[in-house]
Design a protein around this ligand. Sequence first.
Ligand code: DAH
Length: 355
Amino acid sequence: MSDFEKKIIEFKSRLNSTQDSNEIELIRTDIFSKNGFLNSQFKKLGSLSEDEKKTFASNINKAKQELLEIFRVKASEVSDRDLYEKIKKEKVDVTLPEKEFKIGKIHPVSQVIDEISCIFSEIGFSVEEGPDVENDYNNFTALNTPEDHPAKDMHDTFYLDENMKTLLRTHTSPVQVRTMLKGKPPFKIIAPGRTYRSDSDQTHTPMFHQLEGLHIDKNINMGHLKGCLNYFIKEFFEVDKIKMRFRPSHFPFTEPSAEVDIGYRIEKNKIIIGEGDKWLEVLGCGMVHPNVLKNCKVDPKNYQGFAFGIGIDRLAMLKYGINDLRSFFECDYRWLNYYGFDPLDVPTNYRGLSK
Ligand code: DAH
């Protein structure tokens, strides 16, 4: 028997007898690698005569095929067995106490809702909620929205029936209606929640969050609205002074209506809120329209008040330096881990909101 044949037999028996993946890898290198046995044999071909070359080359190739076949079978057998052992070892007994656990994070939107609720509760507002699925009356009609208003268009609103009577609420304003219809004035509430519109790009998502505010009493005027919003913005951005302006606007449910801008500037790529000569729109507001009060069984001769609507996601982005609105809703654990908040650090008025 030639040395070549002896070597092949030795390899086959090494392969057949091993049960170890490291050993298999060693044998693979010994046989098939660049400096392995087979290549060293191929290199010998150059020094042989034509006839010897043919026979020897065919012997090497035959041996190579055989070894490859044995190798494949063995490697897969051992890796299957390893996997089985691993699975058996890693079996989890769910009744055992947790050894290592990851702390979840509070989503920035939830954090901001908690912060805002804190701020308004300090000046006597309570929190109301309304359903995401609303009727046309609460969402539009009671809020003095004319039949031909563009917001009622199918392209903007998600209707849930053919008659366009049920829909996903397009704003949190219907909570004003629900609150007034179920109680007696005075009213002093905020209502955070999900809202829906048929819109999607970097600054719009089909689902977003708003916060509604409503204060109805006997002598409420625009001065109260201004004071309230000024207090809120200062507290929210945790600054002592805030530059803000009221711009005349139009909403069917308020008269007069205004939009509020806050001043800001950019410094070293960071946005500084409350100062500077640039303006950013943050909310819509106004004095509740007498028709809305009537629709909600409140006598506009005795009662009046203000309302406002704030985009929560926008405020969260501004306060916490988040650029793309869509990332809020992607459920990416890494993102949440970075931008999220410690669940034990609940915002409070006395201990602080976010610091
Ligand atoms: N509902 C309005 C919107 O979604 C926002 C708004 C504006 C709410 C003025 C109000 C208000 O209560 O008074 O665009």
